[in-house]
Design a protein around this ligand. Structure first.
Ligand SMILES: Nc1ncnc2c1ncn2[C@@H]1O[C@H](COP(=O)(O)OP(=O)(O)OP(=O)(O)O)[C@@H](O)[C@H]1O
Ligand SMILES: [Mg+2]
Length: 287
């Protein structure tokens, strides 16, 4: 029997092209060394998941790729060519689209206006907005991704967080992105909506994009990921392909044997148990 999970995780076979490559990338904010010696590869037609705890450096990493920050060490290559973006526009011009948690959609504007935001279609000598074509194309593209929003006149603000993420993903695919970066797209979503968003993340991968999926959640990562990178205090602590690691191991690696303190934070009740065990003092003391 094929479950939804099997379909989502369907691994890409055959050789894939390396589209984005980081070598020994580092970033300091004054005295804070947010990233050190980070190397990773993003391939077309693959989902590369970047996992890590709060403050691990995930957002810093994507800000470098997205052109919001510049790296202080190492080399970033797009299609083999060294780059150092000084603005998000430069990153976008290289085909790198970034969907942030809080999104770049305008809540009060309609779905179709948001779809074409910044790239509006115009017609005639007066270059007036080609509303009819924009509505038609937005509708076709959303349907092609299997996203069913009956009324494209609705303001985006009235849609669910999951639907908004999906529109942003469809837009990136339509405008020909080669790399799609998603910063915690499922963090604020419930189980069902997360599943829907993950489905479109997988579709973007199947459309041939190289996807970078940032998440705290190893379960979400493992549903769709082809490759997993764990950041720990700014360093890569794991870099493994799907065939090299299982979900249990990924979850363990994320928690990190020595990171009980952080884990205990998340699992308040389990922490109490560990302490009751008598061993807690020692186990939880930071090393
Ligand atoms: N603009 C900044 N100025 C100074 N320090 C920063 C800045 N941005 C991030 N940092 C520091 O860099 C480190 C990595 O932060 P980053 O936001 O990249 O982590 P993260 O993995 O995205 O965490 P979270 O899961 O909480 O979003 C942290 O110690 C953070 O305090
Ligand atoms: Mg972050």
């Amino acid at each position: 029997m094929t479950t939804t999970d099997d379909r989502l995780a369907d691994p890409v076979s055959g050789p894939t092209t390396e589209i984005l490559q980081l070598t020994d990338v580092g970033k300091s904010y004054g005295n804070v060394h947010a990233l050190r010696g980070v190397s990773m590869t993003v391939r077309q037609g693959e989902i590369t998941c970047v996992l890590g705890d709060n403050g691990a450096g995930k957002s810093t990493l994507i800000k470098i790729i997205a052109g919001l920050h510049q790296h202080s060490e190492g080399v970033v290559r797009v299609n083999g060519e060294e780059v150092s973006f000084s603005s998000p526009r430069e990153s976008l011009a290289r085909g790198i689209a970034t969907v942030y948690q809080d999104l770049a959609l305008v809540p009060l504007m309609s779905v179709w206006r948001n779809f074409f935001m910044g790239a509006e279609l115009r017609k005639g000598p007066l270059r007036s907005l080609d509303t009819a074509t924009m509505k038609r194309v937005a509708n076709e593209e959303l349907l092609r991704m299997g996203i069913d929003i009956p009324d494209l006149e609705r303001p985006v603000g009235s849609l669910s967080g999951g639907q908004r993420q999906c529109i942003a993903i469809a837009r990136a695919v339509y405008f020909g992105a080669k790399v799609l970066i998603l910063d915690e797209p499922t963090a604020a979503l419930g189980v069902k909506q997360s599943g829907v968003v993950l489905k479109y993340v997988a579709r973007a991968r199947d459309a041939g994009l190289g996807v970078v999926f940032i998440t705290h959640n190893p379960h979400h990562a493992y549903l769709v990921g082809n490759h997993f990178v764990i950041l720990n205090r700014g360093r890569v602590s794991l870099d493994a392909s799907r065939s090299e690691i299982g979900l249990d191991q990924l979850t363990n690696e994320m928690a990190g044997g020595a990171e009980l303190e952080a884990l205990g934070h998340e699992l308040g009740s389990s922490l109490a148990e560990v302490e009751a065990d008598g061993d807690g003092e020692r186990a939880l003391r930071p090393s």
